[in-house]
Design a protein around this ligand. Structure first.
Ligand SMILES: Cc1cc2nc3c(=O)[nH]c(=O)nc-3n(C[C@H](O)[C@H](O)[C@H](O)COP(=O)(O)OP(=O)(O)OC[C@H]3O[C@@H](n4cnc5c(N)ncnc54)[C@H](O)[C@@H]3O)c2cc1C
Length: 413
């Protein structure tokens, strides 16, 4: 049997993957989006990450620096009353209702004519003459081969990159951003305000010897609609590429969350708090990166490098969570302003017509930690979707062509 054939296949339907698929289809490519879970959204729906960071600059007057697909997502959420106004904590972000995100992303893919396979995992890739010719997808029918001309890896873990023999690296020089399991708590009245410090104090009182818990500080957000409280504290040092390591982290993360609940309940007004959900999946902040034509570095942010192949703006800071002592740090970009991101940090250096977006972007420790957030993932995903679609005709699409198409799709350049 001939395999199903597309122009572009996107592996992974998180923020980057949906943006890539939408942009590829809008550019005119027959596009397949393959997602291993049964809903789109990635971290925004499956890891309890409910704030879009990176869409706005961090100064006193936040300026939106990511448009295009992200704008459509925000518009869809606004229509449902499912997104907050711009909020400020350490950074600037909007908070959204994850159930609404699932439907908004479904609608976007339908509108653009993307074929979406849910509950389908890319498990292998065929490589010939320096490029991928097709992938194997596992679903409940078994293993199925699907062919395409161009590919975008948006799996976050770099599955397609690794399966296809594209160059990758894990973290940076032995350092990898910490993973954390999100916890969602209900039963806290709207009027009760819980600060990061309140929680840290409660955890310190409850777990004096720190035997039950790991991190104590977290951004705390209240969701629109349910007003549930989300926090990111239960952490673990694990390797997401290793199922045994990952499984142990999942088990230990869930164990910890019950202790955080016990600590939370000691805060005035939180006595009736209960656990709505964990994760569902452990939140891996960093895994493999694409080895691209160029590495994006924190120095580029600090020095304000102007790139000839700029395809997006970043606005988030270098947010680092340490694996050894579970501490967090956040370094602001200069003047709390936007910085340029080049296309070359998203293009495989050894595989033609292969691109990678979102947290897979080729970034050094702090540069990568800044551009991995979901607002920026929409932007790098959109750029990769356009580039992949244009590469169907010209193996190496021109930067001018990519930028022109991005502008037509209302991306901010
Ligand atoms: C605890 C935590 C807190 C965070 N806080 C914030 C925050 O407040 N704001 C913010 O903007 N960002 C935050 N981030 C970062 C952000 O969540 C990620 O960097 C972002 O989601 C990256 O987007 P992505 O599309 O690259 O990856 P993901 O959102 O991880 O999506 C990857 C998708 O690929 C799918 N997939 C994986 N492998 C395969 C395969 N082989 N085949 C098919 N599908 C596959 C996955 O199921 C998933 O849907 C946080 C991350 C963590 C872990």
């Amino acid at each position: 049997m001939q395999p199903e054939t597309y122009d572009v296949i996107i592996a992974g339907g998180g923020s980057a993957g949906v943006a890539a698929a939408f942009a590829s289809a809008e550019t005119g490519a027959r596009t397949l989006l393959v997602e291993k879970f049964n809903c789109l959204g990635g971290a925004s729906t499956m890891r309890g990450v409910s704030t879009y960071c990176g869409l706005y600059t961090l100064g006193d007057k936040p300026r939106q620096v990511v448009g295009g697909v992200a704008d459509r997502v925000l518009a869809g959420l606004r229509q449902r009353g499912a997104v907050s106004d711009v909020q400020r904590h350490r950074g600037v972000f909007v908070v959204f209702d994850p159930e609404s995100v699932k439907c908004v992303l479904d609608d976007l893919c339908v509108q653009a004519g993307v074929t979406v396979m849910l509950g389908a995992m890319v498990v292998a890739a065929n490589r010939q003459d320096g490029q991928i010719t097709g992938v194997t997808i596992a679903d409940h029918s078994g293993l199925n081969d699907v062919a395409a001309t161009a590919f975008v890896d948006c799996t976050g873990d770099g599955d397609l990159l690794a399966q296809s023999g594209a160059d990758t690296r894990y973290g940076n020089d032995g350092q990898v951003n910490l993973g954390t399991l999100a916890a969602r708590f209900g039963g806290i009245p709207q009027g009760v305000s819980v600060s990061a410090q309140n929680l840290a104090d409660a955890v310190a009182r409850y777990d004096k010897d720190r035997v039950h818990t790991t991190k104590d500080k977290s951004v705390l957000v209240r969701l629109p609609i349910s007003h549930d409280l989300i926090c990111y504290v239960a952490s673990a040092d694990y390797d997401p590429r290793d199922t045994h390591s990952m499984s142990a982290a999942e088990r230990d993360g869930r164990r910890q969350v019950w202790h955080y609940l016990a600590a939370l309940k000691t805060i005035a007004g939180c006595e009736n708090a209960y656990l709505v959900s964990t994760g569902p999946e452990f939140g891996t902040r960093e895994s493999r990166h694409i080895q691209a034509k160029r590495m994006f570095t924190w120095r580029d942010v600090v020095e304000g490098t102007q790139f000839d192949d700029c395809i997006a703006y970043g606005a988030w800071g270098a947010e680092w969570h340490d694996r050894q002592d579970f501490s967090s740090s956040f370094e602001m970009p200069p003047n709390r302003d936007a910085y340029q991101i080049p296309m070359s940090c998203l293009i495989s250096r050894n595989t033609n017509r292969l691109f990678a977006a979102g947290r897979l972007a080729d970034g050094d420790r702090l540069g990568g930690a800044a551009i991995r957030v979901m607002g920026t993932a929409f932007a790098t995903g959109q750029a990769c979707g356009v580039a992949a679609a244009l590469s169907v005709e010209n193996t190496v699409p021109s930067i001018a062509g990519i930028r022109k198409t991005l502008r037509l799709q209302n991306a901010i350049l």
